[in-house]
Each structure stands twice: as structure tokens, then as C-alpha cells.
Design a protein around this ligand. Sequence first.
Ligand SMILES: Nc1nc2c(ncn2[C@@H]2O[C@H](COP(=O)(O)OP(=O)(O)OP(=O)(O)O)[C@@H](O)[C@H]2O)c(=O)[nH]1
Ligand SMILES: [Mg+2]
Length: 403
Amino acid sequence: MRCCFGNNISPEEQQNENEEELKKDVVIRFFMAGMGSAGKSTIIRHLIYLCKTNPRYKYCNEDWSEKQNDEIEFECDTEIWKNKIRENIINAFDIFIKQVYENSDKFQNRDLEIFAKSLQNLNKNKSEISLIEMSDLFYSRLICLLKDPAFKRALAMKNRIQIHEPERKLFDGLKYFLNEEKLKFVFSKNYIPSEADKIRCRLPTTGVQRHYFILKKTKIEIYDAGGQKSERAELLNNLNKWNTSRNCTSNNESFILFVASLADYNVRHPNYPNQTLLDESAAFMDILLNNDHIRHCGILIFFNKKDRFFEKLSDQFCRNDIDFIKESLSPIELKEYKLYGRFRRKTMYKAAEYKFIKILKQKYKDRSCYSKNTCAIDPTIMGTFISVIKNEIFIKVVSEIVP
Ligand SMILES: Nc1nc2c(ncn2[C@@H]2O[C@H](COP(=O)(O)OP(=O)(O)OP(=O)(O)O)[C@@H](O)[C@H]2O)c(=O)[nH]1
Ligand SMILES: [Mg+2]
């Protein structure tokens, strides 16, 4: 029988309470890294969104006190998001306009040509985007452009357009915005971005952003490190700082969460045309893991943007790009794909991940490593993240702490 006075509780209950206490004291720490645009901050935005909508999850301050919903901002304020989303779309239009000219194609009429030029100028002077008064005229011209046959032909090449300018590529949230209804909404005078809009927006991270979550009583600390070229220069420094900032009084378990974009499998490296950004990502993972200070950390890899990966693989314009990842494919698999576009998803995952697995097997086979194929714009990413913590990490951590 349970006694209600004093501290007299049964040994069984005491053990349960101890375990609960221990669980509360455990901090699972992630240092999240990867190339620019891999989808790292998208995962964070989804986790924050989850905390806003489900009381079992909490988004916290550094001292683990819960942030109230009205205190929670997705990285920046609404005005910045609004301009950034419009900037993303105008930048994408500019890329397609460039492609129209590269195709030696012509817009249907002179008015559209003039509007296309003005959009290009706007993209060059991005600060003006926040100053211009949006009007129905602007939006309706965007729609005319979208329907123009030459523009459509450029659009059809979206999976293999390469702009030879550093850090300049189509953002992978584009598809969601590229329809009449959405464009009308985004370019209306009173546009306020929704959470779903923000999740699709490309907003590069500068420095390292720290985030604190309590997911089902487990404390999760995530450092989200910017992955653009300029940011990567500081990364090892930041990694060392993260490593030395461990709180020795609590039970920490530290992980490197590396996010790689599978959609980069056919994006040529700006300096080494025989390589892709996926090759660069694998080389970057190697540099990161080679750091002596993080030998004790587990490794988690999210092979992200699986939706875009399969979209590209299914696009006949991209068939020959398979050569970038053909190392693990058999001659029959390669022929089936190149001739008929037929493939098995599992085989293609293996093909793209091979660059990473090879490095892990050759150099880091003594480290515990776990990988997952993800799509960070899909809300199921939250379930994936939580199940990884629950099944792959927490069970291990708790069984080490409570043998
Ligand atoms: N289609 C698709 N788009 C994605 C996915 N993950 C991220 N994106 C989009 O990719 C773009 C870049 O994502 P971010 O999360 O900002 O990338 P990041 O890794 O934080 O980049 P840096 O901050 O520069 O290091 C955004 O437009 C996202 O909406 C995905 O799985 N599928
Ligand atoms: Mg980011």
C-alpha cells in the first residue's frame, strides 16, 4: 500500500522516480552541421512549430524555462520573413529568365521582356524589394511570365539549371510557391507569412544558433551551424567551443548531426566541374569527424531532401547525371536507368550515400553511426527526429546511466 505521509514510498516507486529524475537531468546535445541549404534550419523550424502546437513538447530558454508561444519567433520577425520569401521567389524568377536567354528563346511579347528585365534589376538591388509597394499589377505580370511558353521551357529545366555563381541555386522550397494562388498571396499588400511559408523559405544561418527543447521530458540542446562557404571557415572553432561548453554536472550525451542534401547529387561544384556539391558535402563530413575533440560523440546523418532526389532522378533531363553517383551501381542497374529511367529507390539511396559510407567505413569504423533518409519540409520529420532520439539514443543513454 502506498503511504501518503513523509517520504515513505516503496522501493519500486523510488526507483521509478530516480529514473524520472535521471531522465530529466540527461541532456542530449547535438551539433548540427552540413553544407549551406542542406535543410538544417528547416528541421529546427519544424521542431519549434511542434512545440507551439503540442503541449508535450517545449521550446525553452537556455535555463530550460519554457518560452511562451508569444515569445517564440522563428529566427527573425515577420517583416524580415516577408521580404526574404519575396526575395527567394524573385531570385528564382531571375534564374529562369537567365535560362530563357541561355536557351536563345524569346518572351511572347515586348511587355513581358521589359518586365523580365525589371525583375532582374530588382534581384540585383535586393534592398529595393522591401521598398516597393506590391500591387495587383506586379502579381499579374508574374503570372503572365509564369504562363509564357519560353519561361515554361526554362521552368521545365529546373532540375538541372546550373548558375555559375557561388551559392546561387534555386531554393528547394520553390515548388510550393510556384502557383497562381500562392504568388497572389505572397505579393499581396497585406501578406503575413504562415509557418508553412517560413519552412519553405531559404534564409541562410549566420554563426551558430542555439536551441533548447524538452521533448517528452528529455532535454535536447541543438546547435545549428551555418553551412555556407563563408560560415564553414569558422566551423571547427565553433565545434571546439560547443565541445568545451559541456555542463559536467549533468549527464550529457553528445552527437554530431550531419545533414547532407541528396538533391545535390547532380549540382556541379563551382570550382571542380567533375565533382558535385554532394562530393563536397562528404569531404566536409570527413573534415568535421576528423576533429580530435569530438571523438567521443556519436554520429547521426540525415540524408535529406529525398523528395527532390527522386524528383530529379525521375526527370529525363537528369538521366546522364547518374554518372556522378554510379560507383555502387551494377552495369545492369545503370543501363536500366539510363535507357528506361527505371530504378529501385533503395538502390539509388545506396548510390548517393556511398560517398559517405566509404569514408565512414575507411576512417571511422570504430564510431557509432546512424543514418536516416529524411524530408525536412514534411511534418513527419518531427516523428523521425523523435523516434531517432527515443530508439537510437535515449535507450542507449539511459541503459548506460541506469544499467
Ligand atoms: N523539397 C525540400 N526542400 C527542403 C528540404 N529540406 C530543406 N528544404 C528547403 O531547402 C532550403 C534550405 O534549407 P535550410 O534549412 O535553410 O538549409 P540550412 O542547412 O539551414 O542552410 P544554412 O543555414 O545556409 O547552413 C529551404 O528553402 C528549405 O525549405 C527537403 O527535405 N525537401
Ligand atoms: Mg540554416
